[in-house]
Ligand binder design. Structure first.
Ligand code: ACO
Length: 354
């Protein structure tokens, strides 16, 4: 406990895809997406750009912001559900790309809660003296997940001269419930050992509801299959996510506030003392539920989902970086980070800016 956020950094790709662009390749509308999710646009990387590339860029910015040299970093934690390779994870690539020493570099697979778990892990190492400076980065390139053809990509990226085959439109529409939610991006923080238990990370409450494992998952490829991937599985779309949107929504609006109240009780603080709730940006209606449950408004439970969509492990550090740079995190500001996502992993971390 007591670990302090010394620097933050963000990396988002340049390609912006609006809801209107999506409406050209599937049966959807800006009105549907905006009213159900709050998303107006999202960003996507070019082919060949991986989560590791965004992670390196975001983490390098955070290290510079913290006023450190890469050689001073003692540990790296990366979180992504869209790694460059199935195995190994991106931690080694990010470590080498940043020019860190041969420090421990770990991959977390906690999806939307990946960054939150990373914060807690970093704090555990820092507060026990096993590290002095830890970089935590959440990065996603969901573009590769999307079941869109080359023609679909050309159209959403602005090439109106491309003819979209009717089958492509049908297929894109079949997957519209989840594909409109996601975007690419990365955010990073540098945490350093603090010198007071009453500032920095004050406490955490992390949970996993394994019984909700199937709320969102990629069902068809994996190492219990033999072989782990086959053309049949791909034909059946086993490599694409299956999502129970309503189930996720109901659990997220209940469990994020529960975890937040738990960490407040643990640390002896009250809801009134919380200045900012930086919650996972999956859907603005979920955030509305959190606002309602806490009796707070947009100012205290902010959202930037309109500009980025759900960047999974990237949402918390991207939003926090924005708030910090907008001057919203003054000395003494109490921030409650909260997340819920696939796994189903969820929780909250409480932080006071020194
Ligand atoms: N555009 C237009 N219509 C659509 C779209 C779309 N993009 N998607 C679905 N619809 C249609 C459906 O087909 C359905 O039509 P029907 O009534 O004719 O059958 C209708 O809209 C309503 O569909 P629902 O699924 O009931 O819509 P709902 O209001 O539940 O909203 C949504 C769906 C936005 C997915 C919502 O449930 C949600 O956001 N849940 C949370 C999801 C989430 O948090 N995901 C992130 C976690 S992921 C992670 O951890 C990696």
């Amino acid at each position: 406990m007591g670990s302090v956020i010394m620097g933050t950094g963000v990396s988002v790709p340049d390609n912006v895809v609006t809801n209107h662009d999506l409406a050209q390749i599937m049966d959807t509308s800006d009105d549907w997406i905006t009213s159900r999710t709050g998303v107006k646009e999202r960003r996507f990387v070019d082919p060949g750009v991986g989560a590791s590339d965004l992670a390196i860029d975001a983490a390098a910015r955070a290290i510079e912001d913290a006023g450190l040299e890469p050689s001073e970093v003692d540990m790296l934690v990366t979180a992504t559900m869209t790694p460059d390779y199935i195995a190994p994870g991106i931690a080694g690539l990010v470590q080498a790309g940043l020019g860190l020493n041969h420090v421990a570099a770990m991959d977390l697979r906690q999806q939307c809660s990946g960054f939150l778990y990373g914060l807690d892990l970093a704090d555990a190492y820092l507060s026990t003296g096993r590290a002095g400076h830890v970089v935590v980065v959440g990065a996603e390139v969901h573009a590769g997940f999307l079941p869109w053809s080359r023609a679909s990509w050309d159209r959403v990226l602005g090439d109106d001269s491309v003819e979209l085959p009717a089958d492509d439109y049908t297929r894109n529409t079949e997957h519209r419930a989840w594909s409109v939610l996601f975007g690419d991006g990365a955010g990073a923080m540098v945490l350093s050992a603090g010198d007071s238990p009453s500032t920095g990370v004050l406490g955490s409450s992390l949970h996993t509801d394994g019984e909700s494992f199937e709320l969102i998952l990629v069902p068809g490829v994996g190492f219990k299959e033999r072989p782990w991937v086959s053309s049949d599985q791909l034909t059946e779309d086993g490599h694409l996510p299956v999502m129970d949107g309503g189930g996720l929504y109901r659990r997220a609006v209940r469990l994020m506030p529960e975890a937040a109240l738990e960490v407040l009780e643990q640390t002896g603080l009250t809801l009134d003392e919380v200045d900012l709730v930086v919650a996972h940006q999956a859907n603005d209606r979920i955030l509305e539920g959190v606002r309602k449950s806490f009796g707070m408004g947009f100012e205290k439970v902010p959202s930037n989902i309109a500009g980025y969509g759900n960047t999974t492990a990237g949402t918390l550090p991207i939003l926090y970086d924005e708030l910090r740079k907008a001057g919203r995190v003054a000395r003494g500001t109490v921030v409650c980070f909260a997340a819920f996502g696939a796994g189903a992993h969820y929780g909250a971390v409480l932080y006071r800016e020194p």
